[in-house]
Design a protein around this ligand. Structure first.
Ligand code: HEC
Ligand code: HEC
Ligand code: HEC
Ligand code: HEC
Ligand code: HEC
Ligand code: HEC
Ligand code: HEC
Ligand code: HEC
Length: 423
């Protein structure tokens, strides 16, 4: 005879199982898990900012709690609390803080990255491209002049001149346009330059994020520098789009290998420490030509810089393969250089003969001449080095030839008008 189990025991057992399952589910849910993490994070206990801001700006505290830096014990005040005499500081809840930490604060711990960044065209040069030297202190000017890629010699890279569009478009437009991108290198009132936060989005400062092309694509896109679009057309970009979710994005700095990432992103080619090559925030050190210029010439250190970039390629490609890619791209560059020079000579001839003024963007002709090099010539060159054949061809060389034709016809018409005395 089997004894019957009492009903109360069955109910108690079922209830216990349900409660255990419920507790398991609740603690493994993302929100539950993260709030446990926040309470455990070293900064909340001792950090007055975080414990109050958990109520004021919970998103910031939550985001920051998940970052590598908070796990390494870096606190809110390490970035936000500033010296008494810092012109960007103000009093807040018994502290002297800034709401916009600059590279000055980051450099307390990241000296190398900050110095490299300051010596790249992402820093002072990016702001000079808009306003010339306006807004630079003598020290900031001196630092910017020491950027190795800041050539203003015979190559004619007019970086110190105020850009004409800044005044034509004016302050009603440019803060929401040019300045949003170029402020990556804006001089700050505390003496530092630029904004690390433009790439390292706050408050996670996540490596896996900054290694992805979308971060660079905030600025490197559109008709005049379609690097993001070109990347997505390339085999590298296709690998990223189709396989990228399996890559090891969080690998520690300096430890990335082809096993983490079998195809490169913008960061891999231009910045990352990859297969033993050191990482760099000096983005010019792997570039051999001034591609953004109307006529592209060699950079200072062109030979070494080209070698630096090719060292990255060689981890995945053979030397002859890479030589061929560069030869083809150099040949596109010299084709574009010839056509841009031809257009420039026509325009300069018209100015010299008093047929048009040298005032920028005064006529349709000057818009066409600008598009010729600034959109199409550049796009063709970028496409050639970064594997975007459609950008070399249909967004590049073809419309460039079309504009050259327009420039020639318009020049002929204006000269004929002048000869026949029509005004
Ligand atoms: C007792 C509560 C409390 C403490 C402690 C505290 N804050 Fe705040 N904080 C606030 C409140 C309230 C605001 C205003 C929020 C608003 O206006 O939406 C604020 C705003 C801020 C802002 C934004 C200011 C702006 O203009 O955008 C920053 C940055 C900030 N706090 C940083 C800090 C830092 C860093 C610490 C520690 C050194 C700190 N806070 C300590 C309550 C606090
Ligand atoms: C590693 C440096 C760093 C740490 C640590 C840090 N912040 Fe920030 N914080 C920044 C940067 C950079 C910005 C944005 C500056 C800018 O907009 O240019 C910022 C902006 C802010 C703002 C203004 C945001 C807005 O949108 O109005 C608040 C508030 C703030 N931080 C609070 C905190 C709190 C609270 C903590 C700690 C939980 C913290 N920060 C930790 C670097 C840091
Ligand atoms: C008080 C020192 C300190 C300050 C100030 C500081 N950091 Fe850090 N940072 C660290 C430490 C420590 C690490 C972790 C290093 C490690 O674990 O490998 C780190 C790591 C990082 C990483 C790599 C993150 C990762 O996932 O590996 C980035 C990016 C970073 N910091 C950016 C910044 C920026 C930008 C600023 C200024 C807004 C800043 N840091 C300010 C100490 C600091
Ligand atoms: C979407 C972001 C973005 C906007 C908006 C933008 N730029 Fe740029 N600009 C860039 C990037 C990215 C480059 C780098 C291209 C390269 O190196 O190939 C650049 C390059 C330049 C250069 C050539 C580099 C130099 O230092 O001579 C000049 C000049 C320039 N921009 C001026 C302007 C002006 C003026 C405006 C507004 C009328 C403007 N930009 C708007 C992102 C932007
Ligand atoms: C907030 C906007 C912004 C973001 C984000 C940005 N850049 Fe730039 N970048 C610029 C501007 C502006 C310039 C042109 C500076 C100049 O020459 O005047 C530039 C120039 C460059 C150059 C050419 C430097 C030289 O010496 O001529 C490289 C390479 C570059 N960026 C790579 C990157 C990569 C890789 C990323 C992402 C990890 C990135 N950028 C993210 C704005 C940005
Ligand atoms: C496979 C490697 C590779 C990838 C991926 C790559 N680039 Fe490049 N990039 C190059 C090479 C090579 C050049 C031309 C180098 C030279 O001048 O010798 C170049 C040139 C540039 C320049 C031109 C600077 C100038 O002189 O005007 C910018 C800006 C740039 N890349 C940004 C990006 C961005 C943003 C991405 C991602 C959307 C990206 N690159 C992806 C290899 C790469
Ligand atoms: C143009 C975008 C960009 C800007 C601006 C930028 N970084 Fe980075 N940073 C990166 C990329 C991409 C990596 C990842 C490199 C890698 O994959 O090895 C990185 C990595 C880092 C790391 C991890 C260690 C290392 O060196 O790889 C630190 C720390 C860091 N950056 C600090 C800073 C500081 C401080 C600033 C401002 C002075 C800054 N970054 C500005 C793109 C940027
Ligand atoms: C991390 C590895 C890696 C690095 C670094 C790398 N590539 Fe690639 N590359 C690949 C892979 C994977 C493919 C896709 C292969 C295929 O097309 O089947 C590819 C494809 C290409 C292609 C297209 C080949 C074709 O048949 O269409 C070219 C061109 C190219 N890479 C050039 C370069 C250049 C130039 C560099 C350096 C500036 C470089 N790559 C850096 C992995 C890499």
């Amino acid at each position: 005879m089997t004894r019957k189990i009492p009903q109360s025991v069955i109910i108690a057992t079922i209830l216990t199982v349900v409660i255990i399952i419920a507790i398991y589910l609740l603690t493994s849910l993302p929100t539950g898990g993260e709030s446990v993490k926040i309470q455990n994070a070293s900064f909340t206990g001792g950090d007055k900012c975080a414990s109050c801001h958990q109520r004021v700006t919970p998103d910031i505290v939550f985001q920051y709690a998940t970052s590598t830096m908070s796990k390494a014990g870096v606190k809110c005040e390490d970035c936000h609390v500033v010296e008494e005499d810092n012109p960007m500081g103000y009093n807040h809840e018994g502290f002297r803080i800034t709401s916009t930490p600059t590279p000055k604060q980051c450099s307390r711990c990241h000296v190398r990255e900050t110095e490299e960044f300051e010596h790249s065209r992402h820093a002072g040069a990016a702001w000079m491209a808009l306003k010339g030297w306006e807004g630079f202190s003598p020290e900031q000017k001196k630092l910017t002049e020491s950027i190795p890629e800041l050539t203003r010699g015979p190559n004619g890279i007019p970086t110190a001149t105020r850009n004409a569009l800044i005044d034509i478009e004016g302050p009603k437009v440019t803060p929401a346009a040019c300045e949003t991108c170029h402020s990556i290198g804006k001089p700050n009132a505390d003496g530092s330059i630029g904004n690390c936060n433009k790439c390292h989005l706050r408050h996670e400062f996540s490596l896996s994020q900054v290694r992805k092309p979308e971060v660079c694509g905030q600025c490197h896109l559109g008709p005049d520098h379609p690097q993001e679009e070109i990347y997505h057309e390339s085999a590298h970009g296709v690998m990223y789009a189709t396989e990228g979710d399996k890559w090891n994005w969080d690998q520690k700095p300096g430890r990335l290998t082809v096993q983490d990432m079998p195809a490169p992103t913008c960061a891999t080619c231009h910045m990352s420490g990859f297969e033993g090559q050191g990482s760099t925030h000096e983005v010019g050190t792997r570039l051999s030509k001034f591609l953004f210029a109307p006529v592209s010439k060699d950079r200072p250190n062109a030979v070494q810089n080209r070698r630096n970039m090719q060292e990255v390629c060689y981890n995945c490609h053979s030397k002859p393969f890479i030589k061929n890619v560069y030869d083809r791209a150099d040949s596109v560059t010299s084709f574009v250089n010839e056509k841009v020079t031809e257009a420039t000579e026509i325009i300069n001839g018209l100015i010299k003969d008093g047929i048009i003024t040298s005032e920028p963007f005064a006529t349709q002709l000057s818009f066409d001449a600008f598009d010729l090099w600034h959109y199409y010539g550049r796009t063709a060159k970028f496409g050639a080095y970064m594997q975007g054949p459609d950008y070399v061809q249909w967004h590049g060389v073809y419309p460039m030839l079309n504009r050259l034709n327009k420039v020639k016809e318009e020049a002929k018409r204006l000269r004929a008008e002048k000869r026949s005395g029509i005004k």
